[in-house]
Design a protein around this ligand. Structure first.
Ligand code: ADP
Length: 299
């Protein structure tokens, strides 16, 4: 029930939008697909969902080839495209019935009630889509994407334009679905990745520049920790460099320093102050964020 991508390439006239990329996504692990605008995220998703053919390379969804077995692929995939195209004149239930009919569902009424419950559309289910807020329209898009109970869900920027409450709800929903299914979703919001993704693939200018699980990626590439510390007295750079795991120091102010280290050094800094007869006036440790990593890799 996985997605396997091997050297997939898309060439638009003179531009290589996706350049021989390979990655795998598996059930129970939500994959965040990240990259700056124009990196090739949507193009990749459109190829996986059979909207556009690849120029070369191959990919399979639940074992079905995206070119040779495109119909089978579509049966197993739920797709929420970037701009979530919906028929605004349709009622919520009517539009879900339309999608259910396209998938030839055996018991559409029951399934429509189920997905309405799942995505939290109960209150708004009798309205026209055009009357719904952005968050609820997004839920309709998600409901359409999951109505045929696909094994793989591909969501292109599903949380763009949502307010903080809607964000939390839609993220919770994605996380829930991702417990059993294979979920690939693109975003450029780093907190979102940290909050819900198990695996991160970063694409830049059509090339994959990172592919790892979220915590490994943070540990491997973050360069560790940043520690801001203020003493009550002068101290030299040389002295500070003797603290275990510290690999760079920078004076911020008179008695204030920024220490970079590969490990958590809160205890070491405390011991250092004690043995040098210094008082610690303030201290703050920050772990490098995925945002730093993303910037490092894509700039
Ligand atoms: P992302 O989703 O990461 O923002 P896209 O996959 O939409 O990036 O686009 C990747 C690159 O391919 C961009 O430079 C974009 O302009 C280009 N591109 C996308 N669609 C087409 C198209 N139909 N024809 C020509 N170029 C395209």
């Amino acid at each position: 029930m996985s997605v396997i991508v091997e050297q997939l390439t898309k060439q638009y006239q003179h531009q290589t939008a996706v350049n021989s990329i390979s990655f795998e996504a598996h059930p129970g692990r939500i994959m965040g697909f990240l990259g700056p605008n124009g990196a090739g995220k949507s193009t990749t998703m459109k190829m996986l969902t059979g909207f556009i053919p690849p120029s070369s390379g191959k990919a399979s969804v639940c074992g079905f080839d995206i070119v040779e077995q495109s119909l089978e692929v579509r049966k197993h995939i739920g797709y929420l495209p970037e701009h979530n195209p919906l028929y605004l004149e349709m009622y919520v239930k009517e539009s879900l019935a339309f999608t259910a009919a396209m998938h030839k569902l055996k018991n559409p009424t029951k399934r429509i009630a189920e997905v309405i419950e799942m995505v939290g559309l109960n209150v708004e289910q009798h309205k026209k889509i055009g009357q719904l807020s952005k968050g609820y329209r997004q839920r309709v898009g998600l409901a359409q994407a999951i109505i045929h109970d696909p094994q793989v869900l591909i969501l292109d920027e599903p949380t763009t334009g949502l307010d903080p409450n809607q964000l939390a709800e839609i993220r919770g929903l994605i996380k829930n679905i991702g417990k059993e299914k294979t979920v690939i979703f693109s975003t450029h919001i780093m907190q979102e990745v940290e909050a819900i993704c198990d695996q991160v693939v970063i694409i830049n200018k059509g090339l994959i520049v990172a592919n790892d699980n979220t915590s490994n990626l943070k540990n491997l590439l973050s360069g560790g920790f940043t520690f801001y510390v203020e003493f009550d007295n002068s101290v030299s750079e040389e002295q500070l460099m003797t603290i275990e795991s510290v690999n760079a120091v920078q004076q911020v102010n008179n008695h204030e320093w920024k220490l970079s280290s590969t490990a958590d050094i809160r205890k070491q800094v405390f011991d250092f102050a004690k043995s040098n007869d210094l008082a610690l006036l303030s201290s703050k440790q920050e772990e490098s964020s995925l945002e730093d990593i993303f910037r490092n890799l894509t700039q």
